[in-house]
Design a protein around this ligand. Sequence first.
Ligand code: GLC
Ligand code: CA
Length: 608
Amino acid sequence: MTWWREGVLYQIYPRSFADSNGDGIGDLRGIAARLDYLEWLGVDGIWLNPIHPSPNVDWGYDVADYMGVHPDLGTLDDLDALVAEAARRGIRLLLDLVPNHTSDRNPWFRERPDFYVWSKEIPNNWRAAFGGGPAWTWDEERRAYYLHNFAPQQPDLDWWNEDVRDEFDRILRFWFDRGVAGFRIDVAHALIKDRELRDDVLDPEARGGVHRIHSMNRPETHEIFGRWRRLADRNEPSRILVGEVYVLEVAEWARYYGSGTDELNLAFNFALVHSDLDAAKMREIVAATEAALPSEAWPCWTGSNHDAMRFTTRWCGGDEALARCALLILLTLRGTPFLYYGDELALPNGRVPKERLLDVAAPPRDPGRTPMPWTPGDGGWSDPWLPLEEASRNVADQRDDPRSTLHFTRELIALRRSSEDLRLGAYVGLAAPEGVWAWRRGERTAVAVNLAAAPRRSRASRAGSCSARGASGRARSCRARSGSSRRRATSWPCSGRRRSGRAARETPRASRSCRASAARFSSASVRSRSLSGPAPGRRSAAPARSRRSTPTCCRRGPGRGRSAGRRRRSGRSRASRPSSATRSRGRLRGPSCRGALGSGARARRGSS
Ligand code: GLC
Ligand code: CA
């Protein structure tokens, strides 16, 4: 078992996760105090955004000392304690490595100017990501311009300099020796710049109007990751490198995995992050990703982070049931999922009034960085550094409610852990009606998510299934109208997944929800028999609605509306009765959102 392939990782923005001393700033001891929660949730590793001393122009991404801990967050001892305590619970810890640039307060900037990139005049058309001006700022002391791809206070390092490389080898070793399991690598695609500092290529068709082929995406960058991978692999157990490879062309992005075993272990897939929550678009990105990766490489999926902010807002417009669909996708695709703190609550972006914005970027990213709501009311924070104006989706309430998104996420993680198909099985796209995305994992597990604005129906097959879905509060509109809708769903024995041994004992909830959901989920566009027939989507005559209704969650979710009421009244006994599946009509009932995960299906045919 490789933990980082099979596990679920969880990103923590330390200032906003948990505050141990009441100063309004989250800290390392606060994280340690919440390890119980993370263990209960079932995550295998955590990634901390930068924890180092920093003037915080870019909130830690301007590092003043790579081997220290920011006093706001704690001490090196606190970090050691956190690593040890997490390890005791089987949770690994990744740090954030920021090798592209430092803070201008890093002593290197004055003491080792050769570590940076200088020019007597502005040499090219490169633009800074923050501020929008040229990527070059005049330094009076050196009487030259220095390069900064981000803010002027973030001078870029010169990775052509061997001493810079040696310095970072030292930094990597320092943290590996302290038991850190690996690094998320900031701006991984941009470390090396064109040696001759040539212009980027302007192209109105390109994203941002420019092909950044000289200021970033240089082929020479791969040498650095090869070198780090060798260094990481020399440790026992080997450490991992997770790249923030902000390259949207999937084939180009995949190159950061090298041969599959000799560069990055994982690279965030920003093509998916930037996609709409749309079955056809996402399916295409995943298919392209699967096709582009070398056979030994392993995908990595995320929906939210401290830059892109929260998927519950971006993909789902705040809708909790849609957020469950997104969680289902992230946790059941082939690859390692990274959840961002609060994703498990379907947390939307926070509201940050103008006068409290602190971010250097435009538009500001603060709404995706607001404090974790642990409780209703003040969220468990006193006067936090960023405001927490709304805590209606919070840990305490959701932990008490077995139908909550938090429990849903936990059950999905447990299900994933108990299923070799979900952890390791191959991904094969399956034919599905328009708006539905369906895929198979391994030999026996299938997943379907209806992201359409209308219900979908397809043929069912026999198989136990597990569903994780949102359904519509407007059940009245849940009528399938596809060409295939006359067909009744084939019934299937509702057995849930058979599990045995340790996994079964560890995940009682998963098996329960599995059975309950199997009885309810009736669409089964992904199950075995329908797979061998013509693609239901091709027969579909149903125009998708242009507007999503507001779905509520039907599987023990925060039900609203008529269907939810019916579900509540009928209770679990109905849900877990196999016969209800037999009676069902093969419909993806929610107008917008339904994810279902069928297992035990011997899916024989698919398409990507
Ligand atoms: C990365 C970080 C982002 C930061 C930028 C510059 O993209 O994720 O937060 O602002 O690098 O360091
Ligand atoms: Ca604190």
